[in-house]
Design a protein around this ligand. Sequence first.
Ligand code: HEM
Length: 470
Amino acid sequence: MNIFIFFIILFTFYVITSYISKLRKFSEKNDPKGPSVIPVLGNLHQMGKLPHRTFLEMTKTYGDVFRVWMGDYYTVVVSDPVIAKLILVTHHDNFLNRVQNPTFSLTSNHYQNLAASRDERWHHNRKLVANSLSKSKLRSTVPVMEKQAELLTITMSQLQKSGRPFSPMKYCKKYALNIIFSIVFADEIPYEEGVEEGRFGMLLHPLDTVFKTLGAGSLVDYITIIQPLFYAYKRFTGTEMDPIFNFVSKLYDEHVATLDPNNPRDVLDVLIIDSEGKDRVGVIAVTIDFMLGGTDTSATTIEWFLLFMANNPDIQEKVGKELKEVGGVNGKFTLANKPNTPYLNAAIKETLRMRHVGPFGLPRETRESILLNDQVFIPKGSQIIICYYGMCHDEKRWNDPETFRPERFLDGSEEKHNEYFLPFGQGPRNCVGMNLANDEMYIAISNIMSNFIVSSHDGKPIDDTENFGI
Ligand code: HEM
């Protein structure tokens, strides 16, 4: 038989079996409902450019917990806080692992980091990283955040004086990356080094690309039959991760060469000491977690905040007035001011609600089949997506969810403790960087807003449509 015909037969067999497998029922009456499927793609073709919005629409037809087939992956999409809590907290062990796919594999040195690791590896990594980011350890990082915020505002003042409009994005990223650098490498990228050059310029593009792929996934993550080809191709061409791996590998070797086990200088030293220098690949992977998890997330949220201020001058005025009344210390704002700025705090929460940096979080996998709440059956091996976007934009749960309105998070508002607001997830595998993110966002935003009035370059509202991905 000629090889071409052989592949056609193989492919036809795959198409038919993949379709039949998508039609099967897992439980008599408790399978979540979902849209009809097509072979191979399942429901991928229906997801559109903004899958999180599509999923929100789907809740109207199929309810707050529904199923889709993302290619070969049976996926349960959850926008219900009760079921989300059962998954993330009550039965956390059954849903602890992430799914395995090419994106996670290539960005984690084959599941060795924290964000994509599984089972024992995860427990070990999580303990180490959570310890490095504990509240008590972060206290020593506050002066670093304050210094970086000061450098950020100085740079913005210089840009303002030039009279030309500028986008704050790269500067916010530099702020966040420098905080991570100081925690992890006891180092910082000098401000004199522009945002287009040096180490920052070299890291920015790969970090951006990897971060976006992590949030949005790619077709190859869902169609298993093409994965071997993809891995082979990437082995040949290299990946966007390579410059980041090379960068951190060099720092790892420098740290090993100058290590004093009794005096760890930074998180990288702590990781090397813990692994007795025997887990180079794993330590590098965890170090990269800090850079990937800790840069775009907070920086993008700060940028969204500034955009909402530019588009809502009345709200910006209230934020400015509150900061003026509180006054800061020597004109600078720090965490000690936070209890006195409830309106600003509410505006930051509202930014997280409006534009969550990861509308699907990081998907989990089901270890064993389980029936939740006597109504939702989830078979072993399913992918679980907690739809943070859907939970925050459901008009049944929020008044006017598409409007930026910090007042909903103020005392006296019935929405203040809305259980649908879970920006950092819940349970043992929630966001390990939550405290760091909250601290650095507050320090940067309070200092920017007490120094500047933000507006669009042409006075018109800025388009606030998001892209899909983190
Ligand atoms: C606005 C800021 C941030 C938001 C909204 C956010 C949100 C999230 C969410 C929803 C998850 C998934 C949790 C789950 O699986 O249930 C997560 C995981 C994670 N986040 Fe964040 N995050 C932010 C900032 C940060 C920062 C600053 C770091 C710095 C280190 C970080 C590091 C991580 C890591 C390493 C994980 C994986 C944890 C694990 O698998 O154990 N995040 N984040």
